[in-house]
Every structure is written in structure tokens, then in C-alpha cells.
Design a protein around this ligand. Structure first.
Ligand SMILES: [Zn+2]
Ligand SMILES: [Zn+2]
Length: 350
């Protein structure tokens, strides 16, 4: 099999050839067709994430040491399975849920892999999708995405899943309640699309870039607000007619999280997704008396990814613009993503 691997953090990916693995136990082998190229792989290739305030999170702390194969949005054809894999659809195309845990702890057994304390994710701790073959530890991580464009399906397992899981954490929330979406980049626009798909009609998008606010409106935001406005908290209340029940912060600076928290009513929920690295003071008394929930949301579960695919299949999610490129161009694609030179999404294909 061939793959494009990180041999040294911060350097271009290099082609590697090794023997194609044979599935053992419950493992399943796929011949890959596509893999979405996620912006987070730019940081992972560099070997660290900036956490803000000069702090960095190194991939080696997550059990990753080169050579590693990145790529966590794989889609391919099932071609072989280990003797304990059970009934496996050999020859069928499947989307792969990449965020698997250890597979044996209580959280993993109940399908909450993304809450596992010993993650073994595809494209992180396990070899990923910038390759022509992929070993998946168990068939329960394979998702039937038939009925939607497979190239688009590949991209649902990261930003699609993460935003679906985040906005789902606002529930239970009446569909006529206002929701604030802070940040109108890729994740923000997908969040707006998810809220729309789930029947929400009152969505206010906040960003500091007017062109992103236009995009938010096009994606279905009911109202927009320039976050640079010093009166933004007041204006947000004017738009929504008072404090609101839910806010999702896709940015994660001190300013965005503070704005979102200050907008909440009694019983309100703030869902934190953006990893910018901000910090906010939280009043214990106010949190109690206002019965607030501040919840982090990281990726999502297999069941949630199936729900995302179902929404896509029902035509409730608008596909995003996608360019296909050969797998051999994956390293150049990461360079272009880093330079901000890519509109929409790139999916590499074999
Ligand atoms: Zn990703
Ligand atoms: Zn586990």
C-alpha cells in the first residue's frame, strides 16, 4: 500500500510504501476512494496546536510520533475483514467514523468513543486516510452513506459531525427560540446549516468580518451582528428581543466566549467548540442563580454521524463546494490551506 506520511513535524508529507495490512480479529480493510483534507491537519503536520497565551499543545502528547499517516475523513470500499468481524459488507462503499477510542472501556462500549480517555483516532494515533488502504478496528465504525455524493460524505465525519454534536447539545430547545452562532467561518456556516436542518428559524450570526456575515446570511442566518462593535452585547439583545437560551461559540477567544455567556437567559446554554485558546471568568453564584450550562463539545459519536448522514440524505443539508485532487497532491493542499488559498474543501482521491 502507499501513503503520504509525516516523517518530520513541520515538513512536507513524503510518499511511503509498505505492505498492505491483513485484517485480524474484528478489523476491516478498506480500499480508499476519497479522503477530505481538513484544516486541522495543517496544525497536526506542524506537530502542535497554538493554545493562545504562548502555550502549545504538542502532538507527541497525544501519542503521535512520526512516521504518521494523517487524514481523518476517509471513504472507501470494504475489501477484507478479520475472522471476528462478523457480518461485513464486502464490496460495499462505506464512510469511516474516525474518532474511535480504546474500544473496550465503558464509554466506548456505549458508543461514546469521543469521551474515551485513551483515544485511538484514525489519522491521529492510528494510520489515516492519506493512503490507498485503511485498516478500521471494528465494523461498527463503518457508516452507510449511500444516496449522497460520496465525495461530500467523506467531509461529514469532521466538521459536519462536530457542528451537529455541538448544536444538538442546545437541546431541549424550542425551535422558535433564538440561537447565537459566534464565528462565521467554516464551522460557523456549517452550524447555521445544521440548525436550519434541525428546524431552527431564529439564528443570529456574529463575526468581525463583514464578508463572513454575508456568507452567514446566505447559509441561513436570520440576523447578523458585527462583533467589533463596542455595543455588540447590547445590539445582540436588541436583535433577539432579550437574553437568549442558546449560544454556540465556534471561535473560542476571551471576547467571543464572554459575549456568548453574557447573552444568556436563565437556564441558558453556552456550547464551546472553537479552540482559539481564550479564558473567561465564571461567576459561581451567577451560574447557579441563572442555572447556566457551559459545555464543551468535541467531535461526536457514531450515532451522531449517522444522524448527519440522514440529514444529508433527506436534502436538509446544503453540500459545500468541493474540489477533487489526486492523493499525490495532499502535501501541496496542506500548504495551500495554511496560506488560506483554498475556498471550500479539497478531497483527495485514489
Ligand atoms: Zn478535521
Ligand atoms: Zn475507550
Amino acid at each position: 500500500m502507499l501513503s503520504y506520511d509525516v516523517f518530520e513535524w513541520g515538513k512536507p508529507l513524503k510518499k511511503a510504501e509498505r505492505e498492505t495490512p491483513k485484517p485480524t480479529g474484528t478489523e476491516v480493510l478498506l480500499r480508499l476512494k476519497y479522503c477530505g483534507v481538513c484544516h486541522s491537519d495543517v496544525h497536526i503536520r506542524d506537530g502542535y496546536f497554538e493554545l493562545g497565551g504562548g502555550k502549545r499543545f504538542h502532538m507527541s502528547e497525544r501519542g503521535m510520533n512520526p512516521p504518521v499517516t494523517l487524514g481523518h475523513e476517509p471513504y472507501g470500499t470494504v475489501i477484507a475483514a478479520g475472522p471476528e468481524a462478523g457480518d461485513v459488507p464486502i464490496g460495499a462503499d462505506r464512510l469511516v467514523y474516525p474518532w474511535m477510542g480504546c474500544g473496550t472501556c465503558a464509554r466506548c462500549r456505549e458508543g461514546m468513543d469521543n469521551y474515551c480517555m485513551a483515544p485511538r483516532c484514525i489519522g491521529l494515533q492510528r494510520p489515516g486516510g492519506y493512503a490507498d488502504h485503511l485498516l478500521v478496528p471494528h465494523p461498527r465504525y463503518l457508516i452507510d452513506a449511500s444516496g449522497i455524493d460520496p465525495v461530500w460524505a467523506a467531509t461529514l465525519s469532521c466538521s459536519g459531525l462536530a457542528t451537529y454534536s455541538a448544536v444538538s447539545k442546545l437541546n431541549p430547545i424550542p425551535r422558535e427560540e433564538w440561537v447565537a452562532v459566534i464565528g462565521a467561518g467554516g464551522l460557523g456556516l456549517t452550524s447555521i446549516a445544521m440548525l436550519r436542518a434541525m428546524g431552527h428559524e431564529r439564528i443570529v450570526a456574529v463575526d468581525i468580518d463583514p464578508s463572513k456575515l454575508d456568507a452567514a446570511e446566505a447559509a441561513g442566518a436570520t440576523a447578523t451582528l458585527d462583533g467589533r462593535d463596542p455595543e455588540a452585547p447590547k445590539k445582540l439583545r436588541q436583535i433577539t428581543g432579550g437574553p437568549i437560551y442558546g449560544a454556540v461559540d465556534l471561535v473560542g477567544t476571551t471576547d467571543t466566549a464572554s459575549l456568548a455567556l453574557s447573552a444568556l437567559r436563565k437556564g441558558g446554554r453556552l456550547i464551546l467548540v472553537g479552540l482559539y485558546g481564550g479564558e473567561i471568568p465564571v461567576s459561581v453564584v451567577a451560574t447557579i442563580q441563572r442555572a447556566l450550562t457551559i459545555q464543551g463539545s468535541h467531535l461526536g459519536t457514531v450515532a451522531e454521524l449517522k444522524n448527519v448522514v440522514a440529514l444529508a440524505r433527506q436534502g436538509k443539508l446544503q453540500p459545500i463546494p468541493i474540489q477533487k485532487r489526486p492523493l499525490s497532491e495532499v502535501s501541496r493542499t496542506l500548504d495551500e490551506l495554511k496560506a488560506g488559498a483554498i475556498l471550500g474543501r479539497v478531497v483527495v482521491e485514489n
